[in-house]
Design a protein around this ligand. Structure first.
Ligand SMILES: Cc1ncc(COP(=O)(O)O)c(C=O)c1O
Length: 420
């Protein structure tokens, strides 16, 4: 198998420059990522490697690149801001922070925002807000329901809320008080609440992203919300992957017409510039000095976010239809009768431009594993993502057009058809 992988990696034909960078990376960077390409440039729907090869990007920096690589409006906003001030710090008021917070409150109809630098930090903030809310009410309901196969980040609090054992076991002891139950099952939720009287809130992804784009049944989120209202539970939505226009509304929960207590966003909020935000009800707030961040809310990230949101709002009306087109094309080309034995993909699912599919057992057999399949995609100059050795995940920038869909389908067809 290793030989086969090496052989395919050979297709990438690293230049001496690239080999130098790979060698230096492997020598000096911590051993956290498996990588193949040396990317040096991006433009619109494409990334370019150091040799100048052009790759169609259907994963968009894992949903961070919401409005396309090197988006001119976002670049201009960043450059303008760089010339004014980068990070005056949170010792002072900032017009851009206030503007961004107001915008996020208007989008959600919530009232307070804490701006941080990443998804995991924004989740930490949500967990702390929840714990504080419980504490100041002298309640003992400080446990949070989380879900099997969920992903919320890598810092200790968010990692404790994350499900995947291989991400967390070696870091124990973790933060206590996270109860993981079955996703998309109201009875599992009711049972957990019956069994454990210390549960005071729910942390949930409207669609599970890292799990391979797991879309719950239509009314599930609404039912979760109603249960929260009935039982006086705090509902925290992790919209880090589903938010920022990805599903056709600004936040995915807006399809379900519910009012969460806390909404968490990051990823596509500033088109790749690091940022996270935790948005909450007015009565779910900190007192001075209870939370903070040196870089959180810096002027450049806020300027990038404000410019990105403007672009997202322009692109959002097209997201549902272009997403449907991509999903239909995947079905028509690769999913024969939804039968695992026929076709290449089964169970193609998603909402807007968040699309997942299960790779058929025939394809897994043919390519031995998704790593080989991934390398074939690279060989065909296509960037996608595979999760848990069996799911294909697509999170393209929202600027994707029909021609890119056709190009992506062509490249996938070549990949699946490849017998090398
Ligand atoms: C749903 C969800 N929550 C949290 C995170 C963590 O975000 P970050 O990697 O920015 O810390 C991610 C990242 O993939 C995510 O998809």
């Amino acid at each position: 198998m290793q030989e086969k992988i090496n052989q395919i990696a050979d297709y990438l034909r690293y230049s001496s420059d690239e080999l130098e960078i790979i060698k230096k990376s492997n020598s000096y960077l911590m051993n956290t990522y498996a990588r193949e390409l040396v990317i040096t440039k991006g433009k619109g729907m494409y990334l370019y490697d150091k040799k100048g090869y052009k790759y169609l990007d259907l994963i968009g920096g894992i949903a961070t690149c919401s409005v396309g690589h090197a988006n001119k409006r976002v670049i201009d906003a960043i450059i303008d801001q760089l010339q004014e001030v980068i990070n005056p710090s949170n010792l002072y008021y900032s017009e851009l922070q206030a503007e961004l917070a107001e915008k996020l409150c208007k989008i959600t109809s919530l009232n307070r925002v804490f701006i941080s630098n990443s998804g995991t930090e924004a989740i930490e903030c949500a967990i702390k807000l929840f714990r504080r809310y419980v504490h100041v009410r002298n309640s003992n309901k400080n446990k949070l329901i989380c879900f099997k196969n969920s992903f919320h980040g890598r810092t200790l609090g968010s990692l404790s809320a994350t499900y995947e054992k291989t991400y967390k076991q070696i870091f124990e002891p973790l933060v206590k008080g996270m109860v993981h139950i079955e996703y998309n099952s109201i009875s599992a939720l009711e049972n957990a609440l019956k069994k454990d009287k210390k549960i005071g809130g729910i942390l949930i992804e409207p669609i599970q992203g890292e799990a391979g784009v797991i879309v719950p049944s239509n009314d599930y989120l609404k039912q979760v919300f109603e249960l929260c209202r009935e039982r006086d539970l705090i509902l925290i939505l992790d919209e880090i992957q589903t938010g920022n226009g990805r599903t056709g509304k600004y936040f995915c929960y807006q399809h379900s017409k519910i009012d969460p207590d806390i909404v968490v966003t990051a990823k596509g909020l500033a088109n790749g510039i690091p940022i996270g935000a935790t948005i909450s009800r007015a009565d779910i707030d900190f007192e001075k000095k209870e939370h903070g961040s040196t870089f959180g809310g810096n002027s450049v990230s806020c300027a990038a976010a404000l410019a990105t949101i403007k672009q997202i709002e322009l692109l959002m009306p097209e997201v549902a239809s272009i997403g449907k087109k991509l999903l239909k094309e995947l079905e028509n080309n690769f999913c024969l009768d939804n039968d695992d034995k026929k076709g290449y993909l089964t169970n193609i699912r998603g909402m807007g431009l968040m699309i997942g599919a299960t790779i058929s057992s025939g394809v897994i057999q043919k390519f031995a594993n998704t790593k080989t399949l991934y390398l074939k995609c690279l060989d065909n100059k296509l960037l996608v993502n595979f999760c848990h050795e069996k799911h294909l995940r697509l999170l393209p920038p929202l600027i994707i057009k029909s021609a890119h869909v056709r190009e992506g389908i062509d490249k996938l067809r070549r990949t699946f058809g490849d017998t090398g």
